[in-house]
Design a protein around this ligand. Structure first.
Ligand code: DNO
Length: 355
């Protein structure tokens, strides 16, 4: 197993590479060109610059999170072929630098969704929070007012007025869309890129839906064992694999995380190991990584990975905001570093027990 740490790039992250270097056991920086919109080819010179930045620290750049998929591909619009061609070129460019895994998602319009980015926790820290009723029970009228004519009171983190214009178009485009159509468009995309990924030795690792259910009436297709089975079977190439996010999938208590790791291990290429505490009303908060603090048996997840002798990259995920740290929501240094020490502690004892 390799330990990774997600980093947003110089000038774009409160955490620096020298700080990350001081966390024991981190070998991989999970990176991206965060200023690149979904669509264009990632230029070789930009990738080369990242390589130069990592070199003095000895970090590898094996895992990219993410190369985002253009909405036209998810929607199956005619322009998708050009975007797919660009994606293939990006795969080729990344492979020149030894990249092995590309994490991406296929969630329409939204990536991860939370209702409060700094929700107070009983211990005085704050954490990312999802209030189920606020998202699941929003009436189509409220949503329409907010999104379509801007007069509604409904708000969400990230729904700034300048983004709403884009959201409005996107909602219109997905009107009447079904899971089946989304899966077909996924299949079209994956069938087109898999041969290039295979040739370049790159594994595509789709991130699960977060939260793991459809929101605002827009379909989602990567959120439970049955859907993941369907998605992997749709394109059986080894290039079609998973980023297994224990926290995203764990927000639905019906997902048996350990049995899912066991079932999908051969197609799991990258893992976000984080915990989540789910409340009886369906709300959830991103607690510390420790198994006892949330609903995901993180210790058993690590045991399962150890039993399978998992060789890929894992990373801690969203941390709480502790010790007054000012950082990107969920992406501070302190709690993720604590998370790493917990994961490595569990891992090391499992390795010793094998000898
Ligand atoms: C959230 C992340 C996601 C993930 C994308 C992958 O913190 O796990 O934003 O990077 O869904 O494309």
């Amino acid at each position: 197993m390799q330990m990774g740490f997600r980093w947003y790039g110089t000038g774009n992250d409160s955490v620096t590479l020298p700080y990350i270097k001081q966390i024991p056991g981190v070998t991989s920086i999970v990176w991206s060109l965060h200023d690149m919109a979904a669509g264009p080819v990632w230029p070789i010179e930009r990738i080369a610059r990242v390589q130069e930045e990592f070199k003095p620290f000895g970090f590898n750049m094996d895992v990219v999170e993410s190369v985002n998929v253009h909405e036209d591909i998810k929607l199956g619009l005619p322009a998708r072929d050009q975007y797919i061609e660009n994606y293939i070129q990006t795969i080729k460019n990344l492979s020149e630098f030894g990249v092995k895994v590309i994490c991406y998602n296929f969630m329409p319009i939204f990536d991860w969704t939370r209702t409060d980015l700094f929700h107070p926790m009983p211990d005085g820290s704050t954490a990312l929070f999802f209030e189920a009723a606020k998202v699941n029970n929003v009436s189509p009228e409220d949503l329409a007012k907010t999104v379509l004519d801007g007069s509604g009171k409904y708000t969400m983190p990230g729904w700034e007025p300048e983004r709403l214009a884009h959201i409005k178009e996107a909602f219109k485009a997905y009107e009447g869309f079904t899971e089946e159509r989304l899966l077909n468009n996924f299949k079209y995309f994956m069938e087109a890129i898999a041969p290039a990924a295979e040739k370049e030795g790159i594994r595509m690792a789709i991130h699960p839906d977060d939260p793991p259910w459809s929101i605002f009436g827009i379909p989602r297709i990567v959120n439970n064992a049955e859907n993941i089975r369907r998605l992997l079977a749709a394109v059986p190439s080894k290039a079609n694999g998973l980023t297994f996010c224990t926290g995203s999938l764990g927000a639905n208590p019906k997902n048996d995380i350990v049995s899912m790791v066991n079932e999908f291990i051969d197609r799991i290429y990258f893992i976000h190991v984080r915990n989540v505490k789910v409340f009886p009303n369906g709300d959830f908060i991103e607690c510390s990584h420790r198994a006892q603090d949330g609903n995901v048996p993180i210790d058993l997840v690590m045991k399962t990975l150890s039993d399978h002798d998992f060789k890929g990259c894992i990373r801690p995920d969203h941390g709480r905001h502790i010790w007054d740290e000012k950082c990107r929501p969920g992406y501070g240094l302190y709690d993720r570093a604590l998370g790493i020490m917990y994961l490595l502690g569990v891992w090391d004892i499992l390795q010793r027990a094998k000898k």
